[in-house]
Design a protein around this ligand. Structure first.
Ligand code: P6P
Length: 332
C-alpha cells in the first residue's frame, strides 16, 4: 500500500481556517500560482525541444537579455493571476512598472498584491540547469476599490502574508509559507498534482556548505573575503564545501535541506549587490526565517529594510542561523 500523501489543494483548504486573513481569497491566490507553476513547468521541461530557447531579442529593466522562457513565464503568471480576480496589482522582475488590475466583476474588492520573479536563474535556461519562480504576497495598504499605488508594493518584508518558490529541478517542487512554518510539495508530472513531500521544513542550525560566486572574490569587501577564507580553513568542522549553481532558488533549497549559507555580497562591480529586495530577497527571507534560518544584508534583517523603489537591489546573506551570524561577525 503506497503512502497516501496530502495534495497541495487539500493542504491549502485544511489550513485556510488557521490563516487569520483568509476569506478563501488567499487559497484561490495560491491555487492560481499552483496552476501557473504547472504550465511553466511544462514549458521549462520541453524547452530544449521547442524553439523557445535563446533570447527574445529584448532586454528587461535590469538591462539583462530576456530569454523567451522569461517572457513566457512572466505572461503565464500574470495571465493566471489576472483571470482569477484575486489580486489588485502585480509587480514583476520582467515589468518596468507595476500592473494595476481592475476587476469589474467584484467591483475591485481584491485586496492582495503579488510581486514575482517569474523565472529566476534564467542564464541557466539554455544549459539545462535548474531555474525557479519566486513570489511574495502582501495585503494592499491603499483603500480597497481604488487603483493600487506604488505604496502597495514598497512594503517591508515583515508585512508579507505569504511567500514561496517553485524550483524546476530534477523534480519540480513548490515550497511556501503563510507565516506558520514552511512546507514543500513535489509535482507528480503524470498526474499534474503537487503532493506534500517535505512537511515543516527547517534549516539545520549550522552546515558545511557555502554558496557564493568566488569569481568575484577580488571585488568583495574585506570582511566577506575573510569569511570565505574562514570557510576554507583546515580547522574544527572546516573546510566547508563550496556549492554554487548560479540559481538562487536551487542553492537556497539545497542549503535549507542540508545546511548552508548563500551569499550575494556587494562588490566594486555591484555596489548594492545583484539580488532584488522585493521579489527575491524578501520572499526567500520570509521562508528562511520561518524555517529557523536567517536573512541579512550583512548589517540588518532583510525583512526590516524599508523599500525605496521597485527594483531595488540589496546584498544578501541567507541560510543556517549560526553560519549567517558568523559571516556577520566577519563583516562588522
Ligand atoms: P552571478 C540569477 O540570475 C540570479 O539572480 C540568482 O538566481 C543567482 O544566484 C545569481 O543571480 C547568479 O549571479 O553573478 O553569480 O552569475
Amino acid at each position: 500500500m503506497t503512502k497516501q500523501y496530502k495534495t497541495l489543494g487539500e493542504f491549502i483548504i485544511e489550513n485556510q481556517d488557521s490563516f487569520k486573513y483568509s476569506s478563501g481569497e488567499l487559497s484561490r491566490l495560491l491555487n492560481g500560482l499552483r496552476l501557473a507553476a504547472k504550465v511553466v513547468n511544462h514549458e521549462v521541461n520541453k524547452a530544449g525541444l521547442v524553439d523557445i530557447l535563446g533570447e527574445a531579442g529584448d532586454t528587461n529593466i535590469q538591462g539583462e537579455n530576456q530569454q523567451k522562457l522569461d517572457v513566457l513565464a512572466n505572461e503565464k503568471f500574470i495571465q493566471t493571476l489576472k483571470k482569477r480576480e484575486i489580486v489588485c496589482g502585480i509587480a514583476s522582475e520582467e515589468e518596468d512598472d507595476f500592473i494595476s488590475i481592475n476587476s469589474f466583476d467584484n467591483n475591485n474588492q481584491n485586496k492582495y498584491v503579488v510581486l514575482i520573479d517569474p523565472l529566476d536563474g534564467s542564464s541557466n535556461i539554455d544549459v539545462n540547469v535548474s531555474v525557479g519562480t519566486i513570489f511574495s504576497i502582501y495585503r494592499r495598504v491603499t483603500p480597497v476599490g481604488s487603483p493600487v499605488t506604488i505604496d502597495d508594493f514598497l512594503q517591508p518584508g515583515t508585512k508579507q502574508i505569504a511567500a514561496g518558490y517553485i524550483v524546476y529541478g530534477t523534480s519540480t517542487m513548490l515550497v511556501y509559507t503563510t507565516g506558520d512554518g514552511v512546507n514543500g510539495f513535489t509535482l507528480n508530472p503524470a498526474l499534474g498534482t503537487f503532493y506534500l513531500s517535505h512537511p515543516n521544513m527547517k534549516f539545520p542550525e549550522t552546515g558545511n556548505i557555502y554558496s557564493v560566486n568566488e569569481g568575484n572574490y577580488v571585488h568583495f569587501p574585506q570582511g566577506v573575503k575573510d569569511y570565505i577564507k574562514y570557510c576554507q580553513k583546515e580547522e574544527d568542522d572546516r573546510p566547508y564545501t563550496s556549492r554554487y549553481i548560479g540559481s538562487l532558488v536551487s542553492d537556497f533549497h539545497r542549503n535549507m535541506i542540508k545546511g548552508g549559507i548563500y551569499m550575494y555580497p556587494t562588490s566594486s562591480k555591484a555596489p548594492d549587490g545583484k539580488l532584488r529586495l522585493l521579489y527575491e530577497c524578501n520572499p526567500m527571507a520570509f521562508i528562511a526565517e520561518q524555517a529557523d534560518g536567517l536573512a541579512s544584508d550583512g548589517k540588518q534583517r532583510i525583512m526590516e529594510i524599508n523599500p525605496k523603489e521597485l527594483h531595488q537591489r540589496v546584498p544578501f546573506f541567507c541560510g543556517s542561523k549560526k553560519m549567517v551570524e558568523k559571516a556577520k561577525e566577519f563583516m562588522k
